[in-house]
Design a protein around this ligand. Structure first.
Ligand SMILES: *Cc1c(COP(=O)(O)O)cnc(C)c1O
Length: 319
């Protein structure tokens, strides 16, 4: 039998989840993008990452809000005191190069910066800093059912880390143990996703999504100092204003979510996902709400270059 070609073609790149990976400045086959088991980041969570998507458009693949994501990656490194070997512009270029190498028309993009394996002492500063960009095909994050019928949320018994315990504005590997605990608890209890509160009981966010409430025609983006500054949250607020919907960022308690007309979650991975119930209480009439579905549709149009007003958010990979 013929060996599969290692040359990246759309067909074989889509069949594999990883394909070619940009690793410390070079594009290599994923088998060659390997690290030591003594990697500092593997032991202590000393990594920072991004989650980005590229969408299929009439002009080929386009990365959505690439510069904002690269900037946040560099900001996350700065927050944890990690010297980044690359500038945000170099990360932009690495991402475009990786998508081209894999020949993907749409994909999820995962850049990562991490401390290497020179020293296992807690102080990471003796370690080199490495970088990689991986791309992979990725459909709906919470499943097609969750999108169509609305996802079922559970208030987690794990609270969102306070900002004086963990740097919650950084998308850092170590921070994600908090998200993993909440997500696993929700899954084990038969729910689609977790809702995290802060120590006082105010709504923070999902394990990797920001939250919106709709009530009496007003859109309330949930605001909290511990939340990650979501790029999708910013996008949805801009789209709502463009749709002439009143937008009022606010803090909320869990019972205020129970009595909303609609609740939806947003994130690069989750895109716009309607919420059908929280803690088994139906939100509105317990289905995906009309505004949530309309916002999902508008979002998917904006990311795929179908709304000229928002074309500046797109970076076309082949141009
Ligand atoms: C990544 C992330 C989000 C969503 O951010 P986007 O920029 O919209 O992808 C929300 N909350 C947490 C904790 C995250 O890590």
């Amino acid at each position: 039998m013929a060996q599969p070609s290692t040359a990246p073609t759309p067909a074989n790149a889509a069949a594999r989840t990883t394909g070619q990976i940009w690793f410390d400045g070079r594009v290599v086959p994923s088998e060659q993008a390997v690290v030591s088991v003594l990697t500092h980041a593997l032991h202590y969570g000393t990594s920072v990452f991004e989650g980005i998507r590229a969408y299929e458009t009439d002009r080929g693949a386009a990365v959505f809000r690439l510069q904002e994501h690269s900037r946040r990656l560099i900001d996350s490194a700065k927050i944890i005191g990690m010297p980044s070997p690359y500038t945000a512009t170099q990360i932009d270029d690495a991402i475009v190069e990786t998508i081209r190498a894999n020949g993907l028309s749409s994909c999820y993009i995962r850049p990562l910066l991490w401390y290497g394996s020179e020293s296992l002492g807690v102080d990471p500063r003796k370690n080199s800093v490495h970088a990689m960009v991986a791309t992979m095909p990725w459909g709906t994050y919470l499943g097609d059912d969750a999108v169509r019928k609305g996802a079922r949320l559970m208030t987690s018994s794990w609270r969102r880390s306070p900002g004086d315990v963990m740097p919650t504005k950084a998308k850092a590997g170590g921070n994600y143990v908090n998200s993993v605990l909440a997500r696993v608890e929700a899954g084990e209890n038969g729910f689609d996703e977790a809702l995290l509160l802060d120590k006082e009981g105010f709504v923070a966010e999902g394990s990797g999504e920001n939250i919106f409430v709709v009530r009496d025609g007003v859109l309330y983006p949930i605001a909290h100092s511990v939340n990650l500054r979501g790029i999708t949250r910013d996008t949805v607020m801009a789209l709502a204003r463009w749709m002439d919907v009143e937008v009022q960022p606010t803090m909320a308690t869990r019972d205020e979510l129970y009595t909303a007309d609609e609740v939806f979650m947003v994130g690069t991975a989750a895109e716009v996902t309607p919420i059908a119930s929280i803690d088994r209480r139906p939100i509105g009439d317990g289905a995906a709400g009309p505004f949530s579905l309309k916002m999902r549709e508008t979002y998917l149009q904006a990311v795929s270059g179908k709304i000229p007003e928002f074309d500046s958010w797109l970076t076309y990979v082949d141009e």
